[in-house]
Every structure is written in C-alpha cells, then in structure tokens.
Design a protein around this ligand. Sequence first.
Ligand SMILES: Nc1ncnc2c1ncn2[C@@H]1O[C@H](COP(=O)(O)OP(=O)(O)OP(=O)(O)O)[C@@H](O)[C@H]1O
Ligand SMILES: [Mg+2]
Length: 251
Amino acid sequence: MIRISNVHKSFETNKVLDNISLDIEDADTFVIVGKSGIGKSVLLKCITRLIDADTGIIYIDDEDITAASRNDLLRIRWKIGMVLQEGALFDSMNVFENVAFPLIYHKLAPMNEIRKKVFRFLDLVEMSEFVHSFPAELSGGMKRKVSLARAMIMEPKYLLYDEPTSGLDPESAGIVESLILKLKQELKITSLIVTHDIDLAKYVGEKIALLENGTITTIMTKETAFLPTSVIYKHFISNRERVHKNNENQF
Ligand SMILES: Nc1ncnc2c1ncn2[C@@H]1O[C@H](COP(=O)(O)OP(=O)(O)OP(=O)(O)O)[C@@H](O)[C@H]1O
Ligand SMILES: [Mg+2]
C-alpha cells in the first residue's frame, strides 16, 4: 500500500501541494485527475522522492520513504516503476539498450534472458521493429511506449504513470490502456496514474480522485465517477465548455 499523509510542497511562494492525504491499496488502479499545473507530476515525484516533500509522510508498504536513508531509499525504489511525463530516455542509447538498461545495470539476468525479456515488452507496446532506433529518430508517442516498456520490464510492485497516453494516437492509447489492465490482472501490479485523459480514466480507473487547489477534494469509484452528475465528470467536461463560453463572450 502507498499511504500519503498530510504532504505539503511549495516552490518558494508557490504552494503546490497543500495537505494531501491518500491511500492507494494494493492491486488498485488509481487515477488522479486535475488541471495543468496543479501539481500532479510533483506529487508523483514526491512519492518516489525525486522531489522532497516539505512536510508529511509517504509510506511505501510500511516504510516512510520521506525519512529513508540513501540505502533504504534505493531499496524502496526497487518496488516502484515510474513512467515520467517527459519520457526520459537516454539519447545516446538505442531502444534495446534503453529498455534493457535497468536489467543490465543491476546485472539482474544473463544477456540471453535480458534479450528475450526486452523483446517481450517491446512486443507488448508494438515497438520491436524499432529496437535499433535512437530516441531522436522516434516520435513522441513512440518514445512514450519505449519508456513504458522500460518501466514495466522490472515488473515492480507499483507503477506510477504520468500522462501515459498524452501525445498518443487512439490505437496506441488503447494499447497502453490494455497493458495497464493486463499488468494488474497478470502481475497484480498496483497502478497510480495522473492524467487529463478522460478515456484513459474511464477504461482503467477503479478509483478516481480529483486534485484541486493543492489537495484531493474528491475520490470516487468508477461506478460513480463518470455519471454526468459527478463532480469528476463535470471537471473533465465543464472546464473546456466554460473556456469556450468565455471566449464566445469575449470575441
Ligand atoms: N522543480 C520545480 N521548481 C519550481 N517549480 C516547480 C518545479 N516543478 C514543478 N513546479 C511548479 O509546480 C506546479 C505544479 O507543476 P506540475 O508539473 O506538478 O503540474 P501538473 O499538474 O503535472 O501539470 P501538467 O498537467 O501540465 O503536466 C507548477 O506551478 C510548476 O511551475
Ligand atoms: Mg505533469
């Protein structure tokens, strides 16, 4: 279980996370939605301590990652895979090397096994034919799929996804969605996804939370979150409608 307890994070005067508390149960597929710049990426980075929260506690299983020593931090991070919004592939490595990197770096398997595994995960994201390509030769969506394969290859207990479908065509988005579901069904991976994509939230989310003004204001199950009357549904739909209405009035 990931337990986020009273987390605050500011950048100078910019209060981004203002008392966030949230439990992500094992085998949950939890989706957090919230408008751009609200702190979704910052929250994911605090969970893995790529960014240090100012105050608050984040438990990964029963260990407080915010207070972990360097060695403990590395050990706890083993349990967590993360697909960063920006993809974060190594530009000097080809697709094979990028995906194989965590396994090779940590000497986790002999090379022939690593090879098999890399191809299995590249097949899953339909990127095997690009195994020799370098990131600069790939589109944004293709890079996204490669970084997904790299996170999944470690088969971590928890997978954190930052906008995993942004920039993908509908078919590729569908591949990512079915992968998230498959990882849950087959490997019991717990997923935390932050996104603007209502379709992604609908297809994979079991619990859906709304991040507003630095805090989680609503948590709903998939059965209620997408009813036209729900706060979360309205958030997805009405923000866009409101902007159009404002523009109509202005021009
Ligand atoms: N390293 C940083 N230093 C200073 N400010 C930061 C840093 N990282 C994020 N911020 C600020 O924190 C706020 C939240 O940013 P964040 O990237 O989490 O938004 P987001 O919800 O992920 O947005 P998007 O949907 O566009 O990805 C923004 O105001 C951003 O400028
Ligand atoms: Mg973001």
